[in-house]
Design a protein around this ligand. Sequence first.
Ligand SMILES: Nc1ncnc2c1ncn2[C@@H]1O[C@H](COP(=O)(O)OP(=O)(O)OP(=O)(O)O)[C@@H](O)[C@H]1O
Ligand SMILES: [Mg+2]
Length: 311
Amino acid sequence: MPGPMSTATIMFSGVRKSYGGKLAVDGLSFRVEPGECFGLLGPNGAGKSTTTRMVLGMALPDAGTITVLGQPVPARARLARRHIGVVPQFDNLEPGFSVRENLELFGRYFGMSAREIEAVIPSLLEFAHLEGKAHARVTELSGGMKRRLTIARALINDPQLLVMDEPATGLDPHSRHLVWDRLRSLLARGKTILLTTHFMEEAERLCDRLCVIDEGHSIAEGAPDALIEAQIGSHVIEIHGGNPHELRALLMPCAQRTEVSGEALLCYSADPQQVYARLRERTGLRIVKRPANLEDVFLRLTGRERGLNDA
Ligand SMILES: Nc1ncnc2c1ncn2[C@@H]1O[C@H](COP(=O)(O)OP(=O)(O)OP(=O)(O)O)[C@@H](O)[C@H]1O
Ligand SMILES: [Mg+2]
């Protein structure tokens, strides 16, 4: 009898990968359950793309075990990939081919017949909002159009699992919301998604659970709401218009934590009244109390000031 351990769509256990002696992924473990949207968040260079590439068997781990859709990876990655839709971080469309030809090419790669491909192309063109561009060459598309085509292409084989590396990067807000809507409807149909993103809004809207990684290992994992509550609390006070470093010194005694964000000071306090009291004498400040969000969690966990050094 297979135990519950074998039912996960993706199992990643103690995985390590280094490039030229430098660890890119450092003992990372996570599970993605069927029907779940699981997010990987982390600063540039954290190891997100390397992780997604290892899930696909396109980068080989130095240690650890990976199982995807019941198949050991990389040993049987080819079998798993038949049921996976892939959106790589950087588009790899055939530039000399038309939009339609790119979809046909991918369909053939998955062993689909011409008739099957014909049947799905209209809905994919609609998904990508490229109905009027079916015969345009990829080189004639804008960056966002290429991205939408790459996402639509990933759906051609009606995959059980989608592995998407920053799918919404380069999309305008309309397209982004459209893609999020479509991804939600895929989730509603029982598909599983592994997603990396730098859009905290995307992670909050789509992900059931997420893992924040930094320097190749997990530093926090959980549902977005639970992470926000555990790491930040319910509210953040933003103070604009003063010297954030001076304000930080003033508020230190009544704040659990502060964060300088450009010209503003973010103040995390269980007792906002005390913060207001300390600022009462100050003029020219704009003070905004807002609900805590995932961006606060990200900034806290991955250290804004340290992160800037290696940006
Ligand atoms: N093919 C490669 N050869 C050598 N080093 C690599 C290779 N791919 C990734 N790395 C290194 O591995 C580390 C993790 O890179 P990775 O692309 O996984 O980061 P990421 O989290 O996807 O970052 P980003 O948010 O910028 O896309 C980095 O230090 C990077 O330089
Ligand atoms: Mg990446």
